[in-house]
Design a protein around this ligand. Structure first.
Ligand code: SIN
Length: 397
């Protein structure tokens, strides 16, 4: 088998893998592998945004409180504190890299609202194309990095463990190629989630739990796999590809209606449509059973149509492709698998139970999300912990 050596191998090129890679010392030789094209990851499809306590009425303490409450008080508090404290710096880092968040007339960053956030705290880009903008900025920079070899269309078959230490990976570096052994003292799993283990999902096709499976086979500790987040409002048009309708739409005032046209979430939780995501998803599922329908309706008809369309251009466009108008139609939505909360047990610098293996982002289980992730904390996790993990590696190298 062909064998090539690197300093660091990174599996996955979403926000976690890229933030880690770009924060490494520039002289390290890195192999960055992604299953699809570079830029085609779950990150790219994130609509709502990136949560960070940067507003004048906000603080990391409030952000932590909201994260813990949404997580049903099952989160690791210390890890949550690290996450929220690192958020403003992560925003500055991304902005310096060229990511452009939406701003108002005086240049102030615009902050959206999403469920279970007590403040407007969600930075967004292109209205509802936040992940695409972040991925664009990160990919542009990684392409300039001469010490990063990018393998797109590569499939990682397994981790290689020798004498209790991860020594690299076995991979097909391109479709149907011979297997190659890439060896390195440090391997990073940032391979994303598992949405396609379920019948309907908001995730792109690549989310097939490969990282989790590899880690299990290698003997790394895995936790919290029972916590799978279902997004409440994925478009449910029979025969059409499911499509996420961002929680930010409810944050701007959209209602959920049952078959009789009633706002059923009013009777479910004091925050109604803006209750934590698991509460809303369960409320919808129960209502669908009561009404014997395969969806409930999302209603924006009471909002200003021009504002709706300009705030959510991507969703407007995708719905139009499916024959629906975001501003004027009742939209059929149902819960769908969205985010894998569990994963490879890792600390806030990516250290796992297997020496030589780090894990970040959706592939990791750091305990910050408890039983239910707060909206827009996932891009943030990939950034903050990815950057911290690279800093630690640099100190120890
Ligand atoms: C959304 O835009 O509703 C998804 C955001 C997230 O999963 O955090």
């Amino acid at each position: 088998m062909q064998r090539t050596s690197y300093d660091v191998i990174v599996v996955g090129a979403g926000v976690a893998g890229l933030a880690f890679t770009l924060s490494l010392p520039a002289d390290l030789r890195v192999a960055l592998l992604t299953k699809g094209a570079l830029g085609e990851s779950n990150t790219r499809y994130a609509q709502g945004g990136l949560s960070a306590a940067v507003g004048p009425d906000d603080s990391p303490e409030l952000h932590a409180q909201d994260t813990l409450a949404a997580g049903a008080e099952l989160s690791d508090e210390e890890a949550v504190d690290t996450l929220v404290a690192g958020a403003p710096e992560a925003v500055r880092w991304l902005t310096a890299l060229g990511a452009q968040f939406d701003t108002g007339p005086a240049g102030e960053v615009l902050l959206g609202r999403e469920a279970a956030h007590s403040r407007r705290r969600v930075l967004h880009a292109g209205g509802d194309a936040t992940g695409a903008e972040i991925e664009r900025a990160l990919v542009a920079r990684v392409r300039e990095d001469v010490n990063v070899d990018v393998f797109a269309g590569a499939f990682v078959v397994d981790l290689v463990v020798v004498d209790g230490r991860c020594r690299g990976i076995i991979a097909e570096l391109e479709p149907d190629a011979e297997l190659t052994f890439l060896e390195a003292p440090v391997t990073v799993l940032a391979a994303g989630g598992a949405g396609h283990l379920w019948a309907t999902t908001s995730n792109p096709l690549g989310a097939t739990a490969d990282g989790l499976a590899m880690a299990l086979r290698a003997g790394a500790a895995v936790a919290d796999t029972e916590f799978v987040q279902f997004h409440p409002t994925v478009l449910a048009v029979p025969g059409a590809t499911p499509f996420l309708v961002s929680e930010a739409v409810r944050g701007e005032g959209a209602f959920l209606r049952d078959a009789a046209g009633e706002r059923f979430m009013l009777g479910n939780h004091t925050l109604a449509e803006l209750a934590p995501r698991d509460v809303v998803a369960r409320g919808i599922q129960q209502q669908m059973a009561l009404d014997q329908r395969d969806h409930v309706d999302l209603d924006l008809r009471h909002l200003d149509p021009d504002e709706v369309r300009s705030r959510f251009p991507t969703i407007t466009h995708e719905l139009a492709n499916r024959g629906l108008d975001l501003a004027t139609d009742l939209l059929p939505v149902a819960p769908a698998a969205h985010y894998f909360i569990g994963g490879v047990v890792a600390d806030t610098e990516g250290q796992t139970s297997l020496p030589g293996l780090l894990a970040f982002g959706e592939a990791a289980s750091t305990g910050i999300h408890g039983a239910n992730r707060l909206a827009s904390n996932s891009l943030l996790e990939g950034l903050v912990f990815g950057m911290a993990g690279a800093d630690r590696l640099a100190e120890e190298w």
